[in-house]
Each structure stands twice: as structure tokens, then as C-alpha cells.
Design a protein. Structure first.
Length: 170
């Protein structure tokens, strides 16, 4: 768990970040309420917008001061990753100002079927999300270790003898 947070960051803030990343998918309740997929409050609508990421991270910041940038990055990561999937109708990043749905031009991540477990989707998420995140965390841990325990340097070499001491007869 130490890899996931900076020194001094409370574990509750890390948990709040996890909540912020999951919160956009609370919109799946719209299916049960028969809200059309493409509407503002349909799946990947307002809860996947930049405004929602700002509002939810601001609300969490009221509970956990000084952690807005972290919480915002957690909140916005979900819709941005959804825009990298190969299914659905896109993500309403600009909602409530526009209900236009966006995808990135490159969409390598398999879309996850709601309510089903698909090993192909899990492999796709591991390949494109979890492995790169794991490598990043490993690099971060190695960099931290390098800063925490600097390499010992060899003792300085003896200074070269001065010209005066090299004179014969001295």
C-alpha cells in the first residue's frame, strides 16, 4: 500500500481517491430507471463529465483538505479511460454544456459488459491499465529508494603533490 501513496498521505485519502474513481459508474442505476443511454443522465453521461469530476473531487476535498489535485486526477481518470474503450456511445466529457459523446481516436481497451465477467476484458484492462500502472509504481518505488539511501561515494583521492615537494633535495 505504501507504493500507492506519498509519505504522509492519510490512508483515508487514498480510499477517497478510490471512491472518486468508481463514483462515475453510479450512473448504471439509469438502466433500472429506464433513462435512455444517450440522455444527459444516461450511462457515461453527466457522471462521466469534467464538471462531475470537479464537483465530486471538491466535495471530497471538503472532507480531506489539501488533496484536491489527487482527488481530481482520480475522478477524471475514469471517464478518460472509458473514452479509450472500444464500445458504448462515448463519454459526455462536456456535460452539462454539451451532451456530445467523445472517444479517443485510439481505443485499445475492451469495453466491459455491465454485470458480466469476461476474461478477455480483464486481460485487456490488465494489459493497457494495470501493467503500465504497476511499472510506473515500480519505477516510483525504485526512485524513492534511490533518494532515501544515496549511493556511497569513494573517498576523495589524495591531492597531487605540489611542485615544491617534488624538488630534489627536500
Amino acid at each position: 500500500m505504501a507504493l500507492l501513496r506519498r509519505r504522509g498521505t492519510p490512508l483515508a485519502v487514498v480510499f477517497a481517491g478510490a471512491v472518486a474513481t468508481i463514483l462515475p459508474d453510479a450512473d448504471v442505476v439509469s438502466f433500472a430507471l429506464h433513462v435512455p443511454y444517450g440522455s444527459t443522465f444516461g450511462h457515461r453521461g453527466f457522471t462521466h463529465s469534467i464538471v462531475f469530476a470537479l464537483l465530486s473531487s471538491l466535495a471530497l476535498t471538503l472532507l480531506f483538505r489539501k488533496h484536491f489535485p489527487y482527488l481530481f486526477l482520480c475522478a477524471i481518470s475514469h471517464p478518460l479511460l472509458d473514452a479509450l474503450t472500444n464500445g458504448g456511445r462515448g463519454v459526455a466529457l462536456l456535460s452539462p454544456f454539451s451532451n456530445h459523446r467523445f472517444f479517443f481516436p485510439w481505443r485499445p481497451i475492451e469495453v466491459s459488459p455491465i454485470g458480466a465477467l469476461d476474461l478477455g476484458v480483464l486481460w485487456s484492462e490488465a494489459r493497457w491499465i494495470w501493467v503500465p500502472v504497476g511499472v510506473g509504481l515500480l519505477v516510483r518505488a525504485l526512485a524513492r529508494r534511490g533518494r532515501a539511501a544515496p549511493l556511497k561515494t569513494a573517498s576523495p583521492t589524495k591531492p597531487a603533490p605540489s611542485a615544491a615537494s617534488d624538488t630534489p633535495g627536500r
